[in-house]
Design a protein around this ligand. Structure first.
Ligand SMILES: Nc1nc2c(ncn2[C@@H]2O[C@H](COP(=O)(O)OP(=O)(O)OP(=O)(O)O)[C@@H](O)[C@H]2O)c(=O)[nH]1
Length: 311
């Protein structure tokens, strides 16, 4: 099934998302997969497009779990389509894990998601791994019935039972998902970027907020902020330290770059001043903020690019 046979030991990296009806065990499984490495999540717009929930790093793989906000059976309008954001996310990932809890029979909610997945994936052939979650809650007989019902529900790349709370088969889930990731020269993210540096995320937020101030309508979603480096200025006395903070602001088009920069750079200076004040408040020391606006064409449609941009 997989193009990346495990024995080749080629490095693979990519994006996955877990879907399933409410209470299916997605969050618990995410935490079990990720272990202690819980990603910083932010409620701000920068990360609502693809909130990274965690990174699962193996010796030869990096699996980046992203959120699908609001994937559920619409309560009121049966048969309503999934919202565009969910569809977009599902189309951008390399593999999808569909969680079906063993303690409940397959129901209309699961069937709804299965139909949507079949349709969305039809053209692109994104593999869907069915995960029978909460396997600890039922006996073998019932689990077997559940697996058969899952098999009948759709065309899955694999079916894996697991118990996130007991830790049963969690490694197997990670391995099966990783089998469907594309080859990559190396990790898409530094392993520690999401765990060790909440300040970096907050700095990016502050810059993003400042850059969007007053121009939200003109730049909807088309802005990504990446903190390039934060280094103490050399030669400063310990009493008056200065931090050099270098930040890249990515936009999609030249016209958007012009908006961010403003006439003669006037707007960018304001953005810089506002953001710098915020960063100084956050870090409690003086900051020299170096802002660069760059055009990264079509970054929103390219998961690899999104990865590099810190999404
Ligand atoms: N026994 C058992 N309970 C589990 C397991 N995984 C999750 N649960 C429980 O099931 C409930 C729902 O789990 P969540 O991980 O929050 O489910 P979710 O799919 O993220 O839910 P939503 O956020 O509503 O979509 C929680 O009470 C969990 O403790 C499991 O492997 N075994």
């Amino acid at each position: 099934m997989s193009a990346n046979e495990p024995h080749e030991r080629e490095y693979v990296a990519g994006f996955a998302c877990l879907v399933g009806r409410p209470n299916a065990g997605k969050s618990t499984l995410t935490n079990a997969l990720v272990g202690s490495k819980v990603a910083i999540t932010s409620s701000k717009p920068q990360t609502t497009r693809h909130t990274i929930r965690g990174i699962v790093s193996g010796e030869h793989s990096q699996l980046i779990l992203v959120d699908t906000p609001g994937l559920h059976k619409p309560r009121t309008l049966l048969g309503e389509r999934l919202n565009d954001l969910v569809r977009e996310t599902l189309l951008e990932v390399d593999v999808i894990g569909f969680c079906l809890p063993a303690d409940q029979r397959i129901g209309p909610g699961d069937q709804f998601i299965a139909r949507e997945l079949a349709e969305i994936m039809g053209g692109r052939r994104t593999p869907v791994v069915a995960i029978a979650t909460k396997s600890d809650t039922v006996d073998r007989q019932r689990l077997a019935e559940h697996l058969i019902a899952i098999d009948r529900l759709g065309d899955w790349a694999a079916i894996v039972p697991c118990s996130a709370t007991r830790g049963d088969q969690v490694g197997e889930v990670a391995a099966v998902l990783a089998e469907h990731l594309p080859p990559s020269p190396g990790p898409l993210y530094p392993d520690d970027v999401l765990t060790d540096e909440p300040e970096l995320v907050m700095i990016a937020e502050l810059v993003r907020e400042a850059a969007l101030e007053g121009v939200r309508d003109e730049l909807p979603h088309s802005l990504a902020v990446v903190v390039d480096e934060v280094v103490p200025r050399e030669g400063r006395s310990p009493d008056h330290p200065l931090l050099d903070v270098r930040v890249n602001v990515f936009v999609e088009r030249d016209s958007q770059k012009a908006i961010v920069i403003g006439r003669g750079g006037s707007r960018l200076r304001e953005v810089g001043t506002t953001a710098r004040r915020g960063i100084e408040g956050l870090l409690g020391q003086r900051v020299h903020l170096d802002l660069h606006v760059k055009v990264a064409k079509d970054w929103q449609r390219d998961p690899k690019q999104l990865g590099r941009l810190g999404f």
